[in-house]
Ligand binder design. Structure first.
Ligand SMILES: Cc1ncc(COP(=O)(O)O)c(C=O)c1O
Length: 410
């Protein structure tokens, strides 16, 4: 990794400058005003292609929760990417895009929420989904009651990663010992545990941890295969690939280099799946905001923007993201005079602060600001707190949407 914080910020500044100069971006800002998210689905396809090239023996199921915009789903569906869902609404979205057509849900869609209502299981089964995740006996019991043959269950393992942006094993997943008990229980009631899944933690900048989790899971699978005289067929390595927001991280090729030697030989024994979210969509969107207010407080200059933590900058709250925020006037060379300032969101909540001690030129009401890397866990986790509307998403590059989706967007 040759990038430094300085060169990363410079690269991000150039990316924002290039995008903001395009006719599509100018037209979107003229049409919607601010705030507006500028989404480029071609970047999502680029990221999918990078993943596929780096790990050709893995089937990638995009975790729809990261960004459920129709243009993202359409672009990935057309590129041949598969999907990972967690709710009925996400399944309906895929249905709109023809992903479930002709019985293809069985191969193309997995349901990875470890806790589901009976009705949600039935809905997913009716849509043709046959791969589900469990991590407790109550969930196993739900599948026993439903009694649909041909369901592949994955037992989710917990690998704690306190240094990940979001340690997903603090809420879900079981130890190897509990997993063994769940497999025994499933065997006893005639359900098929096809394999195991895990999520090393979202935004995990630690290639060795990815490799260790794969090694540990394979060791468990091999041990259980011998102990129980059976074969497993699926290994799901989850998501977690990190993205460079305000500091360099291991890029996906670097993570692939670390896990390939462990994973490639396993592809001869198991079907290998992954559920990436953030790495596919984060870099595909820029957020453009403007300054609504300026105030000098005892701790310095404050700029109040028209989007904040309860809107598109929800990633600051839910994901611990430190977004870069460029003044538009800085995009083509540093404007002066400069001062440090606090950037706050538009709601009345004093917690609604996007960033502190930002180095910015002097700004006035109406000036534009741009944040890169705003495609993941932003629009999907935004709220309407304080009666503020959701930030519109403008799609910068053409993507073919199914007719039904077009009419609903119109
Ligand atoms: C079950 C599951 N799979 C995949 C993902 C996507 O993870 P990431 O965005 O870190 O790739 C998540 C994120 O919350 C998840 O909960």
């Amino acid at each position: 990794m040759n990038e430094t914080v300085t060169t990363l910020i410079e690269r991000r500044r150039r990316e924002c400058a290039t995008a903001m100069k395009t006719d599509a971006a100018r037209a979107a800002i003229a049409l919607h005003g601010t705030p507006v998210l500028l989404l480029d689905p071609s970047i999502v396809v680029r990221q999918y292609t990078r993943l596929r090239d780096a790990l050709p023996f893995v089937r990638f199921h995009y975790a729809v929760k990261a960004c459920a915009h129709p243009a993202v789903i359409a672009a990935l569906a057309e590129a041949g990417c598969d999907f990972d869902v967690a709710s009925g609404e996400e399944i309906a979205l895929l249905d709109d895009h023809g992903v479930l057509d002709g019985g293809s849900a069985r191969a193309r869609v997995i349901h990875t929420h470890p806790i589901k209502k009976d009705a949600e299981i039935s809905e997913a089964l009716a849509a043709g989904i046959r791969t589900f995740v469990i991590d407790n006996e109550a969930e196993l019991e739900k599948f026993r009651r439903v009694g649909v043959p041909g369901v592949d269950l994955l037992v989710r393992l917990a690998y704690r990663s306190p240094h990940a942006g979001s340690d997903l094993s603090s809420k879900f997943g079981v130890s190897a010992e509990r997993a063994e008990e769940l497999v025994a229980r499933a065997d006893a009631v005639g359900l098929d545990v096809a394999g195991f899944s895990f999520h090393v933690g979202s935004q995990l900048d630690d290639p060795a941890r990815f490799a260790a989790a794969i090694r540990e899971t394979d060791a468990l699978m091999q041990r259980l295969e011998v102990a129980r005289g059976r074969r497993f067929t699926l290994l799901d390595i989850g998501g977690g690939f990190p993205v460079a927001y305000n500091r360099p991280v291991a890029d996906l090729e670097e993570i692939a280099r670390a896990i390939r030697p462990v994973l490639a030989p396993l592809a001869e024994r198991y079907r290998i799946l992954a559920e990436p979210g953030r790495v596919l969509v984060a870099e595909s969107a820029l957020l453009v905001t403007s300054v609504d207010g300026v105030a000098d407080r005892p701790d310095g200059r404050w700029y109040y923007l028209d989007d904040g933590l309860y809107g598109s900058y929800s990633n600051v709250l839910t994901e611990g993201v430190h977004p870069l925020v460029f003044a538009e006037r800085d995009l083509h060379g540093s404007a002066s005079p400069r001062r440090t300032a606090t950037l706050a969101g538009p709601t009345c909540d004093s917690a609604d602060v996007i960033a502190r001690e930002c180095d910015l030129p002097a700004l006035a009401v109406g000036d534009l600001l741009v944040s890169p890397v705003m495609g993941a866990y932003t629009s999907v986790t935004a709220t309407r707190f304080n009666g503020r509307p959701f930030t519109p998403v403008a799609v910068l590059t053409p993507v073919r949407l199914p007719a039904g989706v077009m009419s609903r967007l119109a």
